[in-house]
Design a protein around this ligand. Structure first.
Ligand code: NAP
Length: 499
C-alpha cells in the first residue's frame, strides 16, 4: 500500500509552523510529523511550511531537520520515510513582527496550495514565545489568510496561555476576533500522553473501578509530577512562571479533572470537556485562610542528583540571587460535589527532586479495624497507581496471605507498567495531538472555559504566594521537597506514596 493513502482528501492542508527553527520544532514537531508519516496518518495532500527568521535555503533547513530527527525521533530514520517528509517540507524566511510580510506568506501558501492540492485548508501552529501570539494572529487576519470560502483554518497555541486570568482573557478575546472557539487548539501536551487518555478508559471501561470511584471507598488521591531536571536553559521563562503557572494551572488541573469528572453522556468532545470543566468549578474555595494550612511552596538549593552535584535554583544562569520563584508546590484541595466531598486530593510538583515521575495514586479506605486488620495490624492499604511517565501503566496493591509464613499477610504488587522504552515504541504526545488537529478532533485540547476556570483557581494561589514571605531555598536538590510538604499529609495521618 502507498504511504499516507488511508487519509481522505478533505483533510488536505498546509501546516504553517511559526517558530519553524525553534527548539520545539526540532525536538518535538518534526519528529512527530516524521512518525506520522511512518504510521501513514498524514493526509494524502499535505505540506508543511516552517517559518523562521534565519537566513537559510530550503535545503539547509531540511538538513537541519534531518539531523534533529536522528537525535529525537522514536523511530529510526530511514531514507524512504525521510524523503516523503522532506518532499512536504518548505522553509519560508520572514520576520513575523513585520506586518507587511504576511502578504508574501499568503502568496507563497496560495501557490503551494495549487501545487500540492491542499484545498485552501490551513493549520497555523504558533510555536513561538507567547508575546508573539497576538501579533501573528493579527498578521494572519489583516492579510485575509484565515477565512476562505469552502476551506477551513485552525490555530494551534502553545503553552503558556496567558500568565494569569486577566492576560489569558485578553489573549482569548484577541484570538476570537479571528478564529472561532472550535478552531482554536490550546496545547497541553500532557493530554496527548497515552496514560492520560487511559484514565477515562480505565474508569469507564471497568465496572470494578467505576463502582468504587468515590468518597465512600477512596481515602485520598495524590497527583505527583516530579522532575529530576532543574530549569536548565529555560530559566528566563521559568523565573516569571514558577511551578504554579508552569505545572499546576495546566497539566495538574487537567489530570485532576479527568480523575474526578463524572461520566460524560457520550464521548463527544464537548460532553467530555463539560464534565472536566465542572470539576474545576467545584474545587472548594481556596481562600487565604484555607491556603495558610494547605499549601507548601519550595525552591531547591544545591544538592546531588544521582550522585552528581548540581547548583541551587538561585545559582542557575540568569536567575537573580534573591529569586523568590517557587520550583515546588504541594497543595491539598477538596472537590465539593456528592462524589468527592470529604476525600482530599493532594497535588505535588517540583524540579530537582530525588525521583522524576508523573503518577496518580488512588488510596482506598481501610476496612474496619476488626478481623485481620485488628490482629495483624495491616499497614498497607489498597493502592491503584496510574503511571504516566517514565513508566507507563497501572500498578495495583492488595493484601494476600504470605505463603512463606504460617499466618503472615503481605501486600501483593501487581504491576502492568514498564519503562516506555521496554514496553515498546509508544507514540509521542505531539503525534497524537497533531493527528487530532488535522482530523478536527479537539477532545484533547482544553476549551476556553476550562482554561478560564483553571486560571481563576491558580490566580488565588499565585496571589497568596506573592503576599507571603518565603524562606527560600528550603529543599535540597535530590530530596523529595520541603519538610512542610511531608507534614501536610502527616497532619492528616497520611503520607506521600512513592511506589
Ligand atoms: N521547547 C520546548 O520543549 C517547549 C515545550 C513546551 C512549550 N513550548 C512553547 O513553545 C513555544 C516555542 O518554544 P521554543 O522553545 O521552540 O522557542 P525558541 O527555541 O526560542 O524558538 C523561537 C522561534 O521563534 C522564531 N522567532 C522569534 N522571533 C521571530 C520573528 N520576529 N520572526 C520570525 N520568527 C521569529 C525563532 O526564529 P529564528 O530562530 O529563526 O529567529 C524560532 O524559530 C513557546 O511558547 C514555548 O513556551 C516549548
Amino acid at each position: 500500500m502507498d504511504l499516507l493513502e488511508n487519509m481522505t482528501d478533505n483533510l488536505s492542508a498546509i501546516l504553517v509552523i511559526f517558530g519553524g527553527t525553534g527548539d520545539l520544532t526540532h525536538r518535538k514537531l518534526i519528529p512527530a510529523l516524521y512518525n506520522l508519516v511512518i504510521d501513514k496518518l498524514l493526509p494524502k495532500n499535505f505540506s508543511i511550511v516552517a517559518v523562521g527568521r534565519r537566513n537559510k535555503t530550503e535545503e539547509e533547513y531540511k538538513s537541519d531537520m534531518y539531523r534533529s530527527l536522528q537525535e529525537h525521533s522514536r523511530n529510526k530514520v530511514d531514507e524512504r520515510h525521510w524523503r516523503k517528509l522532506a518532499s512536504m517540507l518548505h522553509y519560508y524566511q520572514f520576520d513575523f513582527t513585520d506586518l507587511k510580510g504576511y502578504e508574501g506568506l499568503k502568496n507563497f501558501l496560495d501557490t503551494l496550495d495549487k501545487e500540492a492540492n491542499t484545498g485552501g485548508n490551513r493549520v497555523f501552529y504558533l510555536a513561538v514565545a507567547p508575546e508573539h501570539f497576538e501579533t501573528i494572529v493579527h498578521g494572519l487576519h489583516i492579510s485575509n489568510m484565515t477565512k476562505k470560502h469552502g476551506s477551513w483554518s485552525r490555530l494551534i497555541i502553545e503553552k503558556p496561555f496567558g500568565k494569569d486570568l486577566k492576560t489569558a482573557r485578553k489573549l482569548n478575546n484577541k484570538l476570537l476576533e479571528v478564529f472561532d472557539e472550535n478552531s482554536i487548539y490550546r496545547i497541553d501536551h500532557y493530554l496527548g500522553k497515552e496514560m492520560i487518555q487511559n484514565i477515562m478508559v480505565l474508569r469507564f471501561c471497568n465496572s470494578i473501578f467505576e463502582s468504587i470511584w468515590n468518597n465512600k471507598f477512596i481515602d485520598n488521591v495524590q497527583i505527583s509530577l516530579t522532575e529530576k531536571l532543574g530549569v536548565g536553559n529555560r530559566s528566563g521563562y521559568y523565573e516569571h512562571s514558577g511551578a504554579i503557572r508552569d505545572m499546576v494551572q495546566s497539566h495538574i488541573i487537567q489530570i485532576l479533572s479527568l480523575v474526578a469528572m463524572e461520566p460524560p453522556i457520550n464521548l463527544k468532545t464537548d460532553s467530555i470537556r463539560t464534565e472536566k470543566q465542572k470539576v474545576i468549578e467545584a474545587i472548594e474555595d481556596i481562600t487565604p485562610g484555607f491556603l495558610k494550612n494547605n499549601v507548601v511552596f519550595g525552591q531547591y538549593g544545591k544538592g546531588y542528583i544521582d550522585g552528581i552535584p548540581v547548583p541551587g535554583y538561585r545559582e542557575e544562569p540568569k536567575v537573580p540571587a534573591d529569586s523568590n520563584t517557587e520550583t515546588f508546590v504541594a497543595l491539598k484541595l477538596h472537590i465539593n460535589n456528592f462524589r468527592w466531598a470529604g476525600t482530599p486530593f493532594y497535588i505535588r510538583t517540583g524540579k530537582r527532586m530525588g525521583s522524576g515521575s508523573a503518577e496518580i495514586v488512588i488510596q482506598f479506605k481501610d476496612l474496619p479495624n476488626i478481623l485481620y486488620f485488628k490482629d495483624k495490624e495491616i499497614q498497607d492499604p489498597n493502592l491503584l497507581v496510574l503511571r504516566i511517565q517514565p513508566n507507563i501503566g497501572v500498578f495495583f496493591q492488595f493484601n494476600t496471605k504470605d505463603f512463606t509464613t504460617y499466618d503472615g499477610i503481605v501486600p501483593t504488587k501487581m504491576d502492568t507498567s514498564h519503562f516506555s522504552a521496554k514496553q515498546g515504541n509508544t507514540p509521542e504526545a505531539y503525534e497524537r495531538l497533531i493527528y487530532d488537529i488535522l482530523r478536527g478532533d479537539a477532545t484533547l485540547f482544553p476549551r476556553w472555559d476550562e482554561v478560564e476556570a483553571a486560571w481563576s483557581f491558580a490566580d488565588r494561589i499565585i496571589q497568596y504566594r506573592e503576599n507571603k514571605i518565603s524562606q527560600f531555598p528550603n529543599y535540597d536538590a535530590g530530596s523529595m521537597g520541603p519538610v512542610a510538604a511531608f507534614e501536610l499529609l502527616a497532619r492528616d495521618g497520611r503520607k506521600w506514596w512513592n511506589i
